[in-house]
Design a protein around this ligand. Sequence first.
Ligand code: CO8
Length: 374
Amino acid sequence: MHRAAITGTGVFTPADVITNAELVESYNEYAHRQNALHADAIAAGEREPLAMSSEEFIVKASGIERRHVMSKVGVLDPGVMHPLLPERADAELSIMAEISVKAADEAMQKAGVAAADIDAVICAASNHERAYPAIAIEVQQALGINGFAFDMNVACSSATFGMQLAADMIRTGSVRAVLMVNPEITSGHLEWRDRDCHFIFGDVCTAVVMQRAEDARGGVAYEILSTRCLTEFSNNIRNNNGFLRRTREGHMADRRDMQFRQEGRKVFKQVVPMVAELMLDHLSDEGIAPSQLSRMWLHQANKAMNDMIGEKVLGRVPTRDEQPNILQDYANTSSAGSVIAFAQHSDDLPKDSLGVICSFGAGYSAGSVIVRRM
Ligand code: CO8
C-alpha cells in the first residue's frame, strides 16, 4: 500500500463580484415589479405580495458579504434574474472545462507536476453542464493528460468524496497521481428570484493534485491519513431538473423545483449534529483527539453552522485560525468551499500539524478527510 498526499491546490475566482447591496437592490426591484404586475390579485387576497430582501438579514443569517459569479449582468437585471452565458460551439472548450483548466494549471504548478505525471482526472461538482461526454475527459484532453477521466456528483460533498476515491486509487497502486477539479457554476441553478435563498451561492473552480506521498516535490504537501464518507437520504435540499424533464407533462414550464430549493432551517438542524458526529467518530477511530487538530477546513455554507460544528468537535469555540472561513467573500460554492479554505489557509502550519477537511450538503452527504502536514 502507498501513502497518498495532497501536493497542490488551485483556485479560479471569477472576476465579477456581486455585493449584498447590489443583490438586494436588484431583487427588491424585481419584487416591486412583480407586486405591481399582480396588484389586483394581491388586493383581492388571491396572491401574497413578494416580501423585500435585506442586507442585514443576509449577513446575520449566513455571514455572506459578497459572491463571485461567472457573469453578473443577467443576475442583476430585474427583468432577467439569472446569468447569461453565451452558448459555445461543440468544438470550443466548454465553460466548466475552461475554468477547470485554469484552476488545474495553478494546482499542477504548485505540485510541480506536468501532464505526463497525472494518470486520472476527476471532475467532482454539484452539476455538470451536459450529460456527456464527461467534463473530466474534456479537461484531460485540454491538458494533454493520459489515462482516464470521469465526472461525479455528490453535491456539496463532491470534493471530499473525490479525495476519498483518489486516495484509495493511489493507495492501491492503480494510479500514481490524480487531478481533481471542482467547477461550481452554482449561479446557473440558484433561484435568484427567491429571497429565502437568492444570497446563498457563488461561482468558483478549485483543483487538487493528489499523489503518492513519496512523489511530493517539496512544496506545501499534506498526507491524507484517512477519509470517511457518509450519506443519508433527504429531500430538504433538492433540484428536480434532469434529462427526463421533457418526458413529463408541464415540466418545460418555468417551475420553481427546476432550480435549487431547500428547507434551510431543517438542513441546519439536521446536518450540524450529523457532521459533528461524523468528524468525532472519524477522529476517535483514528486515535486522534480533537485537541490535537491545528485546523478544520469546513464546508462554507453558513457561518453559524460552522461555528456550531467547530464547537461540538473541539468542545469550545474555535479561533478563526483554527477554523478559517472564506464564505464572507465567496458565499457557498458547494463542493469547492472547503477546498478554497484549505488552499488559502494551509501554507502556514508547521510539519506534522493535523487537520480535517470536511464538507456537507445535499443528499444528505458529508465527507471527512484527515490530513497531516508533510
Ligand atoms: N431578507 C430578509 N428576510 C428574509 C430573507 C431575506 N433575503 N429570507 C428570508 N427572510 C425571512 C424569512 O421569511 C423569515 O421570516 P419569518 O420569521 O417572518 O417567517 C425570517 O427571515 C427567518 O428565515 P429563516 O428561518 O429561513 O432564516 P434562517 O435563520 O434559518 O437562515 C439560511 C436561512 C441562511 C438558509 C439558513 O437556514 C441556512 O444556512 N441553512 C443551512 C443551509 C445549507 O447549509 N444548505 C446546504 C445547501 S448547499 C448544497 O448542498 C449544495 C447543493 C447543490 C448546489 C446548488 C447550487 C445552486
